[in-house]
Design a protein around this ligand. Sequence first.
Ligand code: 4GX
Length: 265
Amino acid sequence: MRMRFDILTLFPNMFSSPLRESILGKAIERGLIQIQTINIRDFTLDKHQVVDDTPYGGGQGMVMKVEPVARAIESVKAQNSPVWTIYLTPQGTPFNQDLARRLSTQPHLILLCGRYEGVDERVKDLFVDEEISIGDYVLTGGELAAMVLVDAVSRFIPGVLGSDRSAVEDSFFNSLLEYPQYTRPFDFKGRCVPEVLLSGNHSAISLWRRKEALRRTWVRRPDLLEKANLSGEDRKLLEEIRKSNDDCGLGNADCAAGSSTRDKS
Ligand code: 4GX
């Protein structure tokens, strides 16, 4: 069951490259997701294709007119199938991984991208099911926010990340930040890979990774630790972290000696 995204925008060209490269590009090729852009300007009826107008009551800027947006949304809905309509706005519900997962269960989303001072309020009253914000900052339009949403939601569609991976296993999903990752070379400008990762001792590696994930979360995002599902072992590791004067795993004390022999190449 492929998931469909219809993106309503005044700038459809913005979407051509970002959503068609790499993982999402392959997901489209394989028919797992379908992304269509619809130019709201194509739904104007006047000669000059006007999509905005001055606000009633006065004030700065322009407001997107209700009729072209309404006609664009109705043209998508006319192809029947149930659809959930989202408006991207700083006034919306904060977007997060849980919301991305919930939206991934919808078969068809309409993403409405506002420009200027936003859309006429009656668009939201009559056509929008949910308002979503990707964060507390102001963009020049909803397009980048829509791309963020499509990307994060698509990762939950089975097969999009490939058969051996799923977004459900991501550690953010379990409320912890990720542990540090390394690849070759072993020694880069005197900064070495932690020895435990070369030990071949899988239980020691797992323990180290869990501890570094906990350490990072404790240092950078203590708010996530409150919500995390911590085991007794996790609490013990956190106690060690609190007691130690470690510097987030960035210490590289034993780097110099014999490093070249440790390169896997
Ligand atoms: N998360 N923007 C919407 C137009 C606008 C202006 C005022 C309503 C009121 C954004 C965000 C975001 C910029 C999209 C302004 N709409 N969207 N646009 N942050 O900043 O989603």
